[in-house]
Design a protein around this ligand. Structure first.
Ligand code: AMP
Length: 399
């Protein structure tokens, strides 16, 4: 079966077509500036050069129309007609408490995704635009929603409840949800395969360290805690997000600088993190370069980042009471040799020992711990699109 994977943002759209028999990517692409002047589609068929087309796209339906043209193009296409696409898998950010796994999209599911939009106002409406456009242009093709929050729905209430008046949970579902679930699930499955265990028998701490970042504690293959919360702002220090802080900081700063709630929101989401501490950049490559060049604030940002990861890692090891492996994934986790070193340094007494030679690697599925490390350390490049496609193909095959 060929599966089209769609990840739709408010003005951009990423897509891939995968052949599920071989789990190979036939083509991938990115549409940008949807509804804005200068709309452009970048399409790459496996083994061929990128094909770029700048063409007006007034909305998501226009954008999907151009994706379909690219997929069926006689030179750059991968199918002769869209009938060859067996299913479409849509990334949806928030499934609230309704969805603990991926689901075939029906009118009822669309209603539920819409109800969750309150919790993800920037993402769910954009995801729905992508779904509706695909439904209009491919009315006979089954569509599946794959939620970023679903993997974390196994968290016990003791892990997801906030210590605020319970009525806010009852009335507004204010609780911890967690994100990057598709990535945590993918690396959990791969880690089980690498360890030669059934996924139901693996205990892991999975570290998704990208521009956004989260850790998850995975017991018997299921998430028991994760570092992001109601929104992706909680937890680790990120590119531009603060992660955890004393909530009273907001009140204090609002009073000092007469800041509105919107301004505070922007500061915590867009101006904080390693960008905020270093003043250099939100990209770890720039921050690492500045730190190596003697920039003290860049060094401080990286040190604080590694310490925060250790803080969650230690907590999750305590919750797991026995861990097979720690997994590093996503942009920074897969590529930063020095950050992995900083995080693992000093954890030998917990049975975590990195092998410096094995750690000298980027973007490759491999074991990077020393042979005598009690807990293995794994490097696993994430592949959210493949996870979405596998869930989608599984659901559609069982119809
Ligand atoms: P992601 O959100 O998973 O795409 O991760 C993107 C982030 O990974 C970038 O902002 C960089 O900070 C980081 N990254 C990517 N490559 C490297 C690298 N070679 N060294 C350090 N950080 C990297």
């Amino acid at each position: 079966m060929k599966v089209l994977v769609i990840n739709c943002g408010s003005s951009s759209l990423k897509y891939q077509v995968l052949e599920m028999e071989t789990e190979s990517v036939l083509c991938k692409g990115l549409v940008e500036r949807i509804g804005i002047e200068g709309s452009v589609i970048n399409h790459t068929k496996a083994g061929m050069d990128k094909f770029v087309l700048t063409v007006p796209m007034k909305d998501h339906k226009d954008a999907i129309g151009h994706v379909i043209d690219a997929l069926t193009d006689k030179d750059h296409g991968v199918v002769s007609s869209m009938d060859e696409i067996g299913a479409v898998g849509h990334r949806v950010v928030h499934g609230g408490e309704t969805y603990a796994s991926s689901v075939l999209i029906t009118d009822e599911v669309m209603k539920a995704i819409n109800e969750c939009a309150d919790l993800a106002p920037l993402h769910n409406p954009a995801n729905m635009l992508g779904i509706r456009a695909c439904q209009e242009l491919m009315p006979k093709t089954p569509m599946v929603a794959v939620f970023d929050t679903a993997f974390h729905q196994t968290m016990p209430a003791s892990a997801y409840i906030y210590a605020i008046p319970y009525e806010y949970y009852e009335n507004y579902k204010v609780r911890r949800y967690g994100f990057h679930g598709t990535s945590h699930k993918y690396v959990t499955e791969r880690a089980a395969a690498m360890l030669g265990k059934d996924v139901k028998d693996v205990n892991l701490v999975t570290c998704h360290l990208g521009n956004g970042a989260s850790l998850a504690a995975v017991k018997n293959g299921a998430c028991i805690d994760t570092s992001m919360g109601l929104t992706p702002l909680e937890g680790l220090i990120m590119g531009t997000r603060s992660g955890i802080l004393d909530p009273a900081v907001l009140v204090y700063l609002a009073n000092k600088e007469n800041l509105s709630i919107d301004q505070l929101n922007t500061i915590l989401n867009k101006k904080s993190g390693v960008q905020g501490i270093s003043g250099v950049s939100s990209d770890f490559r720039d921050v690492e370069e500045a730190a190596n060049g003697g920039n003290a604030r860049a060094r401080l940002a990286l040190d604080a980042y590694a310490e925060r990861v250790k803080f969650y890692l230690g907590g999750y090891l305590a919750k797991l009471n026995g861990c097979d492996a720690i997994v590093f994934t996503a942009g920074l986790g897969e590529n930063s040799i020095t950050m992995r070193e900083s995080i693992c340094k000093g954890l030998e007494s917990l049975g975590i020992k990195l092998d410096p030679a094995k750690n000298n690697v980027r973007g490759k599925e491999t074991v990077i711990s020393a042979d005598d490390s009690k807990i293995k350390i794994l490097l696993i490049p994430t592949n959210e699109e493949l996870m979405i496609a596998k869930d989608t193909a599984g659901i559609v095959a069982s119809l």
